[in-house]
Design a protein around this ligand. Structure first.
Ligand SMILES: Cc1ncc(COP(=O)(O)O)c(C=O)c1O
Length: 394
């Protein structure tokens, strides 16, 4: 008998799509896969070098739970110089990817039945992670007119006496929305006033196309005290498979998370931690170049989208996703259940194109595609979506 917890968990849509893509590729189909949120770059050479050195110098034994001191120092230095927020190395806990940083946070702060306010659209794993950790996701629906950003009014309407936490993702996966300081202030001040913790998932913070980015804990000492900042190297340094994330938080929360992590996983792989030191201390230029490439792609794709009919979208200010609204074709398509699943299924089976249905992010009128892929392939993907829409309207 599996646990009741498991029966509440929805299987991952994205893993379902990858499995189908693999099957179709195995049968000889040339699929364009824009479903994956994974950089198409290799890790910075300095990261490779320090990872290899870790093996060569036999850094292969158990080490301290919250992460190597040189790495925690490099993270604190990065947060200070790039994000304008001051943490001690002892406030940092290094984790096996940002996913693990999020689950550490939820495990440390949630009691059974505590509510977590989740702006919709949300990253697909959040509701399931909250449920696994005993919490209850409370959905706060944002609007395209607000660039899918949470407003104070929406936050207030989701707030109950059971609210323990607000989970905010900035820049957002799937929309690419980035909050300005002015937009964050009323939200953060409300959370301070009402003693609501903030889990600020800033994993895409380095991939931001605006001149300024505001990290929530940098807003004030009070903001810092209630916030657990989550970040990592998966997206910024293309280190997805090396599984390095981290939290920065108050000493009390850091201590609790370290205790939990000590029992569940000890610490992330040492070679990966050393690679992260290389990525943080000697790879600025390489990472800046990756961001420039994403930016160029974004501009080319936005101009292509402007020539397409029946699609609306918000220009992403960060991350590497396009979130396309297909409401205009809803009345010319026959489907049962989920509209976005039907669209994605048609695109995959008839147009050899893999994208993610909006239902995975809580908004069924949308599809998400990633441009962390060679530009010409993404452009071809958009052409296929255009051809699909035209065929429906013919
Ligand atoms: C918003 C968001 N948070 C966290 C993660 C997980 O990152 P990691 O691979 O470091 O666990 C992802 C990965 O797609 C993401 O999109």
């Amino acid at each position: 008998m599996l646990s009741k917890k498991v029966s509440q968990i929805t299987p991952s849509y994205t893993i379902g799509i990858s499995t189908k893509v693999k099957e179709l590729r195995a049968s000889g189909q040339n699929i364009i896969d824009l479903s994956i949120g994974e950089p198409d770059f290799f890790i910075p050479p300095a990261a490779t070098k320090s990872g290899i050195e870790a093996f060569e110098t036999n850094q292969t034994k158990y080490d301290v739970v919250p992460g190597l001191m040189p790495l925690r120092k490099a993270i604190a230095e990065k947060l200070y110089t790039e994000n304008n927020v001051s943490y001690l190395a002892s406030d940092i806990v290094v984790t096996s990817g940002a996913k693990h940083a999020i689950t550490n946070t939820l495990l440390a702060l949630l009691d059974q039945g505590d509510e977590v306010i989740l702006p919709v659209p949300y990253w697909t794993s959040y509701p399931e992670m909250i449920k696994i950790c005993g919490g209850v996701p409370v959905y706060a629906v944002t609007h395209a007119a607000d660039q899918f950003k949470l407003t104070l009014e929406t936050l207030k309407s989701a707030h109950t006496e059971k609210t323990k936490m607000l989970l905010i993702n900035n820049p957002s996966n799937p929309t690419g929305a980035v909050y300005s300081r002015e937009e964050l202030l009323p939200i953060v001040n409300y959370c301070i006033e009402h003693k609501i913790y903030i889990l600020s998932d800033e994993i895409y913070e380095r991939i931001c196309y605006l001149d300024t980015y505001t990290s929530i804990p940098s807003i004030s000492e009070e903001a810092k005290a209630i916030t657990v900042l989550v970040n990592g190297l998966s997206k910024s340094a293309a280190m997805t498979g090396l599984r390095i994330g981290y939290t920065a938080s108050s000493p009390e929360i850091a201590k609790a998370m370290s205790m939990i992590q000590g029992h569940l996983v000890s610490h992330p792989s040492l070679a990966s931690q050393w690679a992260a030191v290389g990525a943080l201390t000697a790879s600025k230029e390489v990472i800046d170049n990756m961001v420039d490439v994403y930016k160029e792609r974004r501009e080319a794709l936005v101009s292509q989208l402007n020539d397409m009919t029946d699609i609306s979208y918000i220009t992403p200010d960060g991350a590497f996703y396009l979130y396309l609204n297909l409401t205009a074709i809803k009345n010319v398509i026959t489907y049962e259940g989920s509209f976005s699943l039907k669209v994605c299924d048609d695109l995959l089976t008839q147009y050899d194109l893999a994208v993610v249905p909006g239902i995975a992010f809580g908004t069924d009128d949308y599809i998400r595609l990633s441009y962390a892929t060679e530009l010409s392939r993404v452009q071809e993907g958009l052409k296929r979506i255009d051809a699909y829409i035209k065929s429906l309207k013919a």
